[in-house]
Ligand binder design. Structure first.
Ligand code: ATP
Ligand code: MG
Length: 406
């Protein structure tokens, strides 16, 4: 019987970018055989209900490969039509039923934008400097079920109309609302950053395009949805499962920091799960979602902020080390360590004092890791490479053979 792993390997061989892979030290481009591969893959995906033809490879190189500083630009190439004489292949991945939401909403939401801001938001990955894609339009997709609602618009599961019928999450952002929030520059920068990142635990962005009112982001479809929902469902995670997630987070953060990207907004709400249950960072580095305005306005809590941020001091990538400690605690205990339901000020004080109380049920190894990460002095926090070698991580790593946390 074909395993999910082998499906993942096959779908990993598909690539959406029209560019040749010219990255230094990168493996040679994978050979695309859409007609042979995709039919097979689609069948297998349906069989395993794993509609994610973009799953990144889980290779060691993924976390260390670098973003090329220069790539040869190519004009976008249109998708290949089916060879004449052959019946077009029917896509077999079920993307669910479309509720017409994009069009309905577009009639009532947002306005056309003009001037400098409009130029700033004329985002199109087909003219991107590093990884130009083919040109995309909304009409290139069959739209399926709604996946969720974001701050600036809706997210749908979609499939490209042309072969090989890629399935992605299409996220819509209304330009006028971005402008109202005065985040057009940040949005532009962050979209460009995310499209250049390649890591198995960072949600891939395959491309982006825009129309008069909206920007559309083509995102890797996170087959198992939001991690936050799982955490709410189970209350907390086993230490085994938590340990695997923290190892994956540490790996992703090492990669991000090597690209000089500080996340600054790590928390369960910003994490998604891939089809194999692997953790995927989404929403990373969005200044618009910077914790100081986001968590406070939306949830009334500062839970993941480190002392240097609540005290308004300068901060570095070490803020993410702290947040990793908070995440470890929350995974195991179901609530963040400095949560204080009496309010904002109480949480603030507990963070500034590092008022940490670890419940007795927490294993000594997990306790040790949490304490080493939740250090007031950023320089004293355990390095991420050391996190990955910590006994609490190694304890479960050797015993787990599958990629799906139990
Ligand atoms: P918010 O500020 O509410 O977090 P947002 O603008 O960050 O909104 P997202 O969190 O990215 O928007 O998307 C809203 C919801 O859509 C998510 O909570 C999730 O359920 C779903 N979603 C977004 N992206 C994906 C994806 N790539 N795969 C699967 N589901 C997704
Ligand atoms: Mg979000």
């Amino acid at each position: 019987m074909t395993s999910v792993g082998s499906v993942t390997r096959q779908i990993a061989a598909l690539e959406i970018s029209s560019k040749p892979n010219t990255t230094r030290n990168a493996p040679p481009p994978l050979q695309k055989k859409p007609s042979q591969n995709t039919g097979n893959v689609s069948r297998l995906l349906t069989k395993f209900a794993a509609p994610n033809p973009f799953t990144a490879t889980h290779s060691k190189t993924a976390s260390t490969s670098s973003i090329p500083t220069k790539q040869i630009s190519r004009p976008p190439s249109p998708a290949k039509p089916a060879p004449s004489g052959q019946a077009p292949k029917q896509p077999s991945i079920d993307i669910g039923k479309y509720d017409g939401g994009f069009e309905l909403e577009n009639e009532t939401r947002g306005e056309k934008v003009f001037g400098e801001a409009a130029e700033e938001l004329a985002l199109d990955s087909s003219v991107s400097r590093y990884y130009p894609t083919r040109e995309w339009h909304l009409t290139d997709f069959d739209i399926g079920r709604p996946l969720g609602k974001g701050k600036f618009g809706r997210v749908y599961m979609v499939r490209t109309k042309t072969e090989p019928h890629y399935v992605v999450a299409l996220k819509c952002l209304y330009k006028s609302e971005i402008i109202q929030s005065r985040v057009e520059k940040q949005i532009r920068r962050e979209i460009e950053i995310q499209q250049n990142l390649r890591h198995p635990n960072i949600l891939r962005m395959y491309g982006y395009f825009h129309d008069e009112k909206r920007i559309f982001l083509m995102l890797e479809f996170a087959g198992k949805g939001e991690l936050y929902k799982q955490l709410t469902k189970y209350g907390c995670f086993t230490e085994r499962r938590s340990s695997r997630y923290i190892d994956q987070m540490a790996d992703a953060l090492i990669y991000l920091h090597s690209k000089h990207v500080i996340h600054r907004d790590i928390k369960p709400e910003n994490l998604l799960l891939g089809i194999n249950g692997e953790l995927k960072i989404g929403d990373f580095g969005w200044s618009v979602h910077a914790p100081s305005n986001r968590r406070t306005t939306l949830c009334g809590t500062l839970d993941y902020l480190p002392p240097e941020m609540v005290e308004n001091r300068e901060h570095s990538e070490k803020v993410d080390y702290w947040a990793l400690g908070v995440l470890t605690y929350e995974f195991i205990n179901g609530a963040p360590p400095f949560e204080d339901l009496t309010g904002y000020n109480a949480t603030y004080k507990r963070i500034a004092k590092v008022d940490l109380k670890i419940p007795p049920k927490v294993s000594p190894e997990a306790r040790d890791l949490i304490v080493r990460l939740l250090q007031y002095d950023p320089e004293k926090r355990l390095a991420l490479t050391e996190v990955r070698k910590h006994p609490w991580i190694l304890k479960y790593k050797h015993k787990t053979s599958t990629s799906s946390p139990s």
